[in-house]
Unconditional design. Structure first.
Length: 381
C-alpha cells in the first residue's frame, strides 16, 4: 500500500491533535504512505507537527473574527481575502509539486486555500468534522469531498439535508485521539511532577489550548473557597497569554497556613499524564476535549464557549451530560461559587454522586477513528 496525502489543519490544538492521531496511525501502520502537513505560519502546529518527522509547509491564512466596529470589519475582510489569495497561490505550488492522492482537512481556516487549490487541480479532498454542528467551511466544501468523516452521527443531517449526492459519502469515524491519551491508563500516576500530592481529590481546570479568562478567574476563586480543605488539590492550565497575570494572582492569595494544594501551568502537552492523575475535569466543550473525556472516562464540569459558531460546544457537551458523565454550567453562570457548589455536591455523602458519574457510560461509541479514516482513504490502493 503506497500513496501520498496532504493533511491540513491549523490554529488550535482542537484541530491539530486529531490530525496528529491520524499521522501517528499512518506512520505506524502504513509506512509507505507519504505525508505532508500544511499549516499556518503562527499556529500551534509549528510546535506540534515537526517532531512527528513528516514534511511540513506553511502558508498564509486567516479567518473571520467578530467585530461591531465597521472599520475593523473591513480590515478583517481585507486581511482574509489577501491571505486567501496568497495562501491559494502557495497551496497551488505545493499541491502541483507534491501531487497528493488525497487532501484531508481537519479544521481551521487554513483548510480553505488548500481545498480551493485541490479542487482547481482536480485532487480528491476529504473532510473531518469534529463537532456535532458542522462548521461553515466544512459545509461549503462538503459537496466537493469524496468523504465526509463525522465524529457524531447527529451531524449527518446538517450535511445531507436537501442534498441527495452526499449521504453515501458520510462515514462515522469518531474523533481521532492521540495514542498517548488512548493509553493513558498504562502510565504510573506522577503527582510530584506537577507539584501535587497523591491521596487528594484532584481537579484539573483548563479552557482549551489558548486558555479562557473566565475559567481561570473562577479557578482562582476556588482557591479562596477551599483554602482550608486538605482533601482537595487543583491544577490550573491557564494558557500562555494568561500565565503571568494569574501566577501573580495566585501568589497574592497564598499563605503558609493554607491546606489546599494549587498548581498553575501555562500549557501542558503531556495531557495523558494529567488525565492519569485527574479525578475531575473543568473545561470548555471543544470536540477534542469531549473525545478525550469519552476515552478516559473522567467526570467533568463543562462550560461551553458562549461565542462558538451556532453554539456548537453546547451540543458537544450534551453528549456527555445526557449520559450523566458531565455537568453543564453556562458561561454566564460560571463563578467560583457555582463550581464549588457542584464540587461539594459531588463529594458529599462519601462521594456517592461522584461515583455515579465515574461509573456512568459516556454514551459515545469508542471507535478506532484514525484507522477508520486511514483505511477508508487508502485500503483499496
Amino acid at each position: 500500500m503506497s500513496g501520498k496525502i496532504i493533511i491540513t489543519a491549523g490554529g488550535t490544538a482542537g484541530h491539530i491533535y486529531p490530525a496528529q492521531a491520524i499521522i501517528e496511525h499512518m506512520k505506524e501502520n502504513m509506512p509507505d504512505i507519504e505525508i505532508l502537513y500544511i499549516g499556518t505560519r503562527s499556529g500551534m502546529e509549528n510546535r506540534l507537527i515537526p517532531p512527528l518527522g513528516i514534511g511540513f509547509k506553511k502558508i498564509r491564512a486567516s479567518g473571520f473574527s467578530a467585530s461591531r466596529n465597521p472599520l475593523k470589519k473591513v480590515l478583517i475582510y481585507l486581511k482574509f481575502f489577501f491571505n486567501l489569495s496568497a495562501g491559494l497561490l502557495q497551496s497551488l505550488a505545493i499541491l502541483n509539486k507534491y501531487k497528493p492522492d488525497y487532501v484531508l482537512g481537519m479544521g481551521g481556516y487554513v483548510c480553505a486555500p488548500v481545498f480551493v487549490s485541490a479542487i482547481l487541480l482536480r485532487k480528491k479532498i476529504a473532510i473531518h468534522e469534529q463537532n456535532v454542528i458542522p462548521g461553515r467551511l466544512n459545509r461549503v466544501f462538503a459537496k466537493y469531498a469524496e468523504y465526509v468523516f463525522l465524529s457524531f452521527d447527529e451531524s449527518r443531517h446538517y450535511f445531507t439535508k436537501g442534498k441527495k449526492y452526499l449521504p453515501g459519502r458520510m462515514v462515522i469515524s469518531g474523533d481521532p485521539v492521540r495514542k498517548q491519551v488512548r493509553e493513558f491508563s498504562k502510565l504510573e500516576p506522577d503527582f510530584s511532577k506537577w507539584a501535587l500530592q497523591s491521596g487528594r481529590f484532584t481537579v484539573t481546570v483548563f479552557g482549551g489550548s489558548l486558555g479562557a479568562e473566565k475559567i481561570n478567574e473562577s479557578a482562582i476563586q476556588l482557591y479562596k473557597i477551599f483554602r482550608q480543605d486538605s482533601r482537595l488539590q487543583f491544577l490550573l492550565i491557564c494558557g500562555n497569554r494568561f500565565f503571568e497575570s494569574y501566577s501573580k494572582k495566585l501568589e497574592g492569595l497564598q499563605t503558609g497556613e493554607d491546606s489546599i494544594v494549587f498548581s498553575i501551568y501555562p500549557y501542558i502537552e503531556e495531557m495523558a499524564s494529567i488525565y492519569r492523575i485527574s479525578d475531575l475535569i473543568i473545561s470548555r466543550a471543544g470536540a477534542t476535549t469531549i473525545a478525550e473525556l469519552a476515552i478516559t472516562g473522567i467526570p467533568a464540569i463543562l462550560v461551553p464557549y458562549p461565542r462558538a459558531i451556532e453554539n456548537h460546544q453546547y451540543f458537544n457537551a450534551e453528549c456527555l451530560v445526557k449520559n450523566k458523565k458531565a455537568v453543564l454550567i453556562s458561561d454566564d453562570k460560571l463563578s467560583g461559587e457555582a463550581l464549588s457548589g457542584i464540587i461539594t455536591g459531588l463529594l458529599e455523602n462519601g462521594g456517592s454522586r461522584y461515583r455515579q458519574m465515574k461509573d456512568a457510560s459516556p454514551g459515545i461509541k469508542k471507535l478506532d477513528s484514525a484507522e477508520i479514516i486511514a483505511n477508508t482513504l487508502f485500503a483499496e490502493r
